[in-house]
Design a protein around this ligand. Structure first.
Ligand code: HAM
Length: 429
């Protein structure tokens, strides 16, 4: 039986890739001073009906639970974040800088880069209304992508301002109740035929197309670009008014990250949502906010397409499950051998051994396949043990009490060195 359409099995290699993506994300979030949090996978359907907008509500995995509650698997984290902040806002010093890596569920048409579940890194900064916060978040988005080995030829963040468009619609006397559908038509314009967009936009179509062609900007977008220039990141970003974002709650600056060649769907998207928290607390906790999310699916596809990024991934995945393989050449030595395996593991070494009796040659093969750096052979020489350095083939008989000290002296990675490598995966890259 197979997994449901749009759902993934994470076999060990896929899981190692996922861990690499998460570790890289977490490392950059630490550098930017964000704290990790999480919320429930299931929420009242109501939360999304009110807050996410029609597109997402149409994609909900929702059902009635045994207590007759209408519930939905989270399609995104932002409504949950707003709910949590609205309820607990006083406990936290502003600005609140939080991140999370939820698995999200959307019943989408399956296509390249879009599945029915995905993980997304959510980064949100709450309690600061100024453009400085928008700059910080866009810089963060760029640095997250750079941490995977992408350069400015690989990626671009396209930045826009919803206020530009709401002022545009207001100036043309479009009634506010029509704004959501107009913004949605602009959002979809790149993915739909021009005639379809023109039809959706009606009498303002020509003016919108003219704005696309001529480009446009605003004072806020200019100062945003200056802020990125001051950090040396300007070349990773561009002003592009075609971006308006599909979600209903955005109020100001919005942005999306793409691969430069335009081959894939968006890598990340977000923007300012200054009214959402206020709406969820009936005005009790009205806080400005800006944030974005970066998904794991398109990111993984682009890593595979980009030489530097895929080389970095391959290097990061080169860890073997076992440092030391214990070879039981004589079955009557098994108990002694297992005592040593236990000691090795307690000392922090990755140690493995054959669960059932096997030929010595086969055991050496297994040691090789696991990428072990040394083999301990428990055979006739007891109480001595043969220690074979699998990297250079050298072998030595060592009294069993001295094994740990002997291994520590070998030029293979000690458990401590391995641990610190895991803790600081990005230090050298
Ligand atoms: P979003 O644009 O809907 O924004 O999703 C963010 C990213 O998640 C997308 O750019 C994409 O990489 C990934 N993603 C979304 N849907 C799928 C899917 N079906 N399959 C694979 N990847 C997907 C939000 O969700 C906002 N809540 C982001 C945000 C946070 N805004 C403020 N704070």
């Amino acid at each position: 039986m197979q997994a449901l359409p749009g759902f993934r099995d994470f076999l060990p290699e896929a899981c190692a890739r996922r861990n690499y993506i998460f570790a890289t994300w977490r490392e950059v979030m630490r550098r930017y001073g964000f704290l990790e949090w999480d919320g429930p996978v299931l929420e009242p359907t109501e939360l999304y009906r009110k807050k996410s907008g029609n597109e997402i509500v149409g994609q909900l995995f929702n059902f009635t639970d045994k207590g007759d509650r209408a519930v939905a698997m989270r399609p995104e984290l932002t409504p949950t974040l707003a709910r949590v902040i609205a309820a607990n806002e006083r406990q936290f010093k502003k600005p609140i800088k939080w991140f999370s890596i939820p698995q999200c569920f959307r019943y989408e048409k399956q296509q390249r880069g879009r599945l029915r579940e995905h993980f997304q890194l959510n980064c949100d900064l709450i309690g600061e209304a100024g453009v400085e916060a928008d700059i910080e978040l866009i810089a963060l988005c760029i640095d997250l992508l750079r941490a995977f080995g992408f350069a400015r030829d690989d990626i671009v963040v396209r930045i826009s301002d919803r206020e530009f468009w709401t002022e545009f619609l207001e100036a043309r006397d479009v009634p506010p109740e029509q704004w959501p559908q107009m913004l949605q038509a602009i959002d979809k314009s790149e993915r739909e035929p021009r005639e379809r967009t023109a039809e959706n936009l009606g009498r303002i179509a020509d003016a919108v197309f003219q704005t696309f062609a001529e480009g446009g900007t605003s004072a806020r977008l200019q100062s945003l670009m200056q802020g990125l220039a001051a950090r040396g990141l300007k070349e990773f970003a561009t002003i592009d008014l075609k971006i308006v974002r599909g979600l209903a709650y955005y109020t100001g600056v919005v942005f999306e990250a793409f691969d430069r060649k335009g081959k894939f769907r968006a890598l990340a998207g977000g923007g300012r949502y200054d009214n959402l928290i206020g709406q969820l607390s009936d005005g009790a906790a009205s806080l400005p906010a800006v944030g974005f999310a970066m998904g794991d699916v398109v990111l993984g596809d682009l890593v595979d397409e980009t030489a530097a990024a895929s080389a970095q991934l391959a290097a990061a995945l080169q860890t073997s499950p076992a440092d030391i393989f214990v070879i039981i050449a004589k079955e009557d030595r098994r108990t002694d051998a297992l005592r040593v395996v236990q000691e090795l593991r307690e000392a922090g070494w990755g140690a493995d051994y054959p669960l059932v009796a096997a030929k010595v040659g086969r055991q050496f093969q297994t040691a090789q396949q696991l990428g072990a750096r040394a083999a301990l052979v428990f055979g006739d020489e007891w109480p001595q043990v043969a220690v074979k350095n699998l990297e250079n083939g050298q072998q030595q008989l060592v009294p069993k009490e001295d094994i740990l000290a002997h291994l520590a002296g070998l030029p293979i990675l000690s458990p401590r060195a391995r641990r610190s490598q895991v803790e600081r995966p990005l230090e050298e890259s």
